[in-house]
Write a protein that binds this ligand. Sequence first.
Ligand SMILES: Nc1nc2c(ncn2[C@@H]2O[C@H](COP(=O)(O)OP(=O)(O)OP(=O)(O)O)[C@@H](O)[C@H]2O)c(=O)[nH]1
Ligand SMILES: [Mg+2]
Length: 404
Amino acid sequence: MTDGINELLEGLQKGNIRSLARLISKIENDDPQKDEILKKIYKSTGKARVIGVTGSPGAGKSSLVDSITAHLRKKGDTVGIIAVDPTSPFSGGALLGDRIRMQQHAVDRGVYIRSMGTRGSLGGLARSTKEAVKLVDAFGYDWVIIETVGVGQAELDVMHVADTTLVVMTPGAGDSIQTIKAGIMEIADIFVVNKCDLPGADRVVAEIGQMLDLQREHTEWRPPVVKVSTLDDRGLNVLMESVSAHWDYLLVNGRLEENRGAKVRKETLEIVDYRWRGMVDRHLQFDDRASGIINMAASGKKDPYTAAGEILSQVLVNSGQAGDSSAGKGGEIMAILESALQELNGAEGKGGLSEYKSYLHGQAYGLAIALKILFPGPGNYGEKAAMAVRPVITEHSCRCGDQN
Ligand SMILES: Nc1nc2c(ncn2[C@@H]2O[C@H](COP(=O)(O)OP(=O)(O)OP(=O)(O)O)[C@@H](O)[C@H]2O)c(=O)[nH]1
Ligand SMILES: [Mg+2]
């Protein structure tokens, strides 16, 4: 963990919003120290109440989040809002709209608003959104509200981090119950029929009621259906009472712990899956032997099952997980490399000292090369060393050359 990250984590603890924003950016950009950051803050999470708000595009989710936030602020509670915007980073329209509408909270330090956009896959977005929720929670906000357009599996997946999920419907054309994606109906803890100032709201309420009658699993908690208009906040008090009632329901008989426990269980497996897949991907990228095996499978010289088994054993051996006794040595060399890099950072801060700096550069570079030769392969020390050295080398514009 570098000094920079430690400083940001201290900032987070002290309530510095800039530190929170920078940490979320690091998570969003898949920073190599991401796992360390999340590990460090984990014990500070779990205090915030998390509300998910989902529904069709234009249903009034942002307007509703706005109204709920104002309501909570009046009680003195603090609110962190994460708006998931899966649209292309180039369009940015919805994002801007959200920003403008929420301007009334922009100067309020008790409210933090963050949009998460797609950088890579939608799956990546779902993961980084969940991680951002943890950071906002660890920061100490009383509430975290997540807004997402409920159109795809990834957005539904985001909703699983919420303690209470609101599904927003409208009397508008095309938003009748038949057109709503099945998965969305099932995750609702509360249905909000927004825009009840428009005609047809009662029909939507009735349709939702009929659907709930058909579902048998809602025996313990039948999701209430609340009519709201964010234009004049009609129905907002009733909605907030339903949110409270749902919370009380969760607190009875340890349901909250049970729900959160199930989420952590799922999350742990997701992390295992994600890391494992990362190891395999890097292996395929860096190790020619793997592509050789795949080619043999492709040309019918090996069956795909044997080929897959061989590749998996390679991944295990290369990552030093298969009982390689020299792995400990790699750790020691890595530690020397890390202290050289730290020294280099310190020297940079003091300015001057160029000879000493190039000595440290040389040392770091040499150690990284040695680790690369001794411990090759994805996820192993060679790769870790290259990753550790690379930012320093580009930052200090060293001419030693790139690691890979
Ligand atoms: N008549 C009426 N219009 C509303 C109400 N709430 C929101 N709107 C309007 O509906 C439009 C969409 O509102 P948003 O809050 O941006 O909806 P959204 O669901 O966040 O939209 P996306 O994030 O783009 O999916 C805006 O023009 C709002 O002014 C309401 O209660 N009544
Ligand atoms: Mg919105």
